[in-house]
Design a binder for this molecule. Structure first.
Ligand code: ADP
Ligand code: 5GP
Length: 192
């Protein structure tokens, strides 16, 4: 990263269904000067998603071409055949625009970004109250098939062990409380 881009970052990681997207939306509206880092992905777009707002939707070939071109700060095959990655160009866009970046990435990606940005990043781990609650939320969200639900829950069981490696753990029990806690942590970090 070049020296003129001196913004900070907030990383939100959690098992799928823990409430990252919901909490990230809250933080974006909290007047903290944050802008969302739009990831690239090869997974199909959901009906409520917009290309260039929620993700940059690429096919697998386009995604891998960008990998080879060195376009990603980090990237991963988060689920079999489903690639996700943080584009270097997003950081440039956000920091040159005078904002701090916020990432919604999986647990491995979050740890990778923390390693890259060190003290310039606040890594938040959003934890569901339990695996059962996580499963209920994913079912209610209505975005998963039985098979993709199973894969997400298996991955979640492993990811939940990573909480202590983050700067702070926010338990998403009551959503309002969790949003408030995440906001206070971010405010303290960004203003400090
Ligand atoms: P993620 O981005 O981590 O996959 P989402 O933000 O999509 O998770 O949340 C998963 C589902 O759970 C969504 O339908 C969301 O509305 C719901 N949800 C999030 N937080 C809570 C909460 N504290 N209590 C109940 N439902 C919640
Ligand atoms: P979803 O398919 O539910 O949008 O996302 C699945 C998982 O991929 C989530 O945990 C989400 O945070 C993660 N994810 C989204 N973008 C990225 C990214 O750029 N890098 C990594 N490593 N994970 C990402």
């Amino acid at each position: 990263m070049s020296g003129r881009m001196a913004g900070k970052c907030v990383i939100c990681s959690a098992p799928s269904g823990a409430g990252k997207t919901t909490i990230v939306h809250h933080l974006l509206q909290a007047g903290l000067g944050l802008a969302f880092s739009i990831s690239a992905t090869s997974r199909p777009r959901r009906p409520n998603e917009v290309d260039g707002r929620d993700y940059y939707f690429l096919d697998q070939e386009e995604f891998l071409q960008r990998v080879h071109a060195g376009a990603f700060l980090e990237w991963e095959e988060v689920y079999p055949g489903r690639y996700y990655g943080t584009l270097r160009s997003e950081l440039e866009r956000i920091w040159t625009g005078g904002h701090h970046a916020i990432f919604d990435v999986d647990v491995k990606g979050g740890m990778q970004l923390k390693k890259t940005f060190g003290g310039n990043a606040l890594a938040l781990f959003i934890r569901p109250p339990s695996l059962e609650t996580l499963a209920e939320r994913l079912v209610k969200r209505g975005t998963e098939t039985e098979a993709s639900l199973k894969v997400r829950l298996e991955k979640a069981t492993i990811e939940l062990q990573a909480g202590p490696r983050f700067d702070a753990v926010v338990v998403n029990d009551d959503l309002q409380r969790a949003c408030h806690e995440a906001e206070e942590r971010a405010r303290e970090f960004l203003n400090g």
